[in-house]
Design a binder for this molecule. Sequence first.
Ligand SMILES: Cc1cc2nc3c(=O)[nH]c(=O)nc-3n(C[C@H](O)[C@H](O)[C@H](O)COP(=O)(O)OP(=O)(O)OC[C@H]3O[C@@H](n4cnc5c(N)ncnc54)[C@H](O)[C@@H]3O)c2cc1C
Length: 403
Amino acid sequence: MQIFENTETAFKIRTNKELRKASILFSLMSYPLLVRLSGKLANLAIHLKIPVRWIVKPTIFSHFCGGETIEESRNLIDRLSKFNVESVLDYAAEIQESDDQTESVIHEIRRTMDLARETTSVPFSVFKPTAIAPVRFLTAAAESAVPSFLESDPEKSAASFRESDTEKLRQNIRTLCQAAYERRIPVMIDAEESHYQDIFDSLVMEMMQLYNKEKAIVFNTIQMYRHDRLDFLRDCIRIAREKKYHLGLKLVRGAYMEQERERALKMGYPSPIYPDKQSTDNAFNSAIAICLENIDRIDLFAGTHNEESLLLLMNLMKSRKLQKNDPRVYVSQLYGMSDHISFNMAAHSYNVAKYLPYGPVRYLIPYLIRRAEENKSVTGQAGRELHFVKLEISRRKNIKNKK
Ligand SMILES: Cc1cc2nc3c(=O)[nH]c(=O)nc-3n(C[C@H](O)[C@H](O)[C@H](O)COP(=O)(O)OP(=O)(O)OC[C@H]3O[C@@H](n4cnc5c(N)ncnc54)[C@H](O)[C@@H]3O)c2cc1C
């Protein structure tokens, strides 16, 4: 796919040393056993409070993360912006152990919004709802047997949450949506495992109704590996049209496939995930088409490293006569992955933002394990990444030899 193949553009931001490091990292990640073992060791080290920062930070952390603080990440945000690649600062806090900790997460996310307000190259803010959810709510969700969208009696499933916990969650989400609205900075709310998602979806829809009257400020995330999500997308569009608000949508395939399948099996309910990759791909591509058909109502943020889906998006934009940099359409890849897509699309004037996770190294360990897992198959992502990195290393060598 020609647009993605210019490795000079793809890796302009990378020094020779960084490229060599990427090549070693992706080579190592293509050994599934090594990845599995390192993940287990990292989790154990965190559990036993053994320091791992000294080894993780200069290696996998520096490849996939912006830094440990906002200030440390700023340098990278500036470097990316020189190539028209924008950044979404993603504070990597996941589930917290106390309600005081959720307050400090809310405070930190507000700081990312402040940065976005003063930096044109940070067009969105983002948070994970589980990181600001009351601890009791998360425990109840984890214990409830069936995700509510699979429950024949939704009242029964909703009843497993205490009203006060749901109300606190609503308040926390509203605090951040209000902060985003005041700063005119769109906020994306990540999607997580399906047993939490139903309540998150209904609260986020409520926020859209409040804050998205003039433009899309609040964005929900739809995971297209779930077999109920095309219907959900159509419902969201219908409701947004009826209630006259803008729909902010981040489309992704979904990152929790193995956990979802294991949980469904263990608890004895049908898996919410499509049975194969092709079905997920078809659903994701249909969702892209549906969003572009409804672009008068939707702001779309397509989070994907899949070249075919992105080619489809570019073709559909062209056939709908949308400008490449139409402000309603963004594409995004995770920092450290698929530079051949991000930098080449940015060079062709599409709106591109890298998801830039940051935070203390120990917060980033689960995120880094997910990335390593995702990259472990040679035929999959790591193979693609390695292929392009190697091409660029040899292109640079050839130029040097010719001189
Ligand atoms: C900017 C950005 C933001 C993101 N935010 C979120 C988020 O909020 N929530 C979230 O869950 N994920 C999020 N992700 C991760 C995303 O869901 C995917 O895990 C990841 O991007 C890989 O999918 P892909 O579209 O890049 O491409 P591909 O590599 O083509 O697809 C891999 C994906 O396909 C699906 N898949 C693979 N095998 C099967 C199978 N056998 N059966 C069914 N489906 C299968 C899985 O979803 C897998 O992750 C985000 C990704 C990006 C780039």
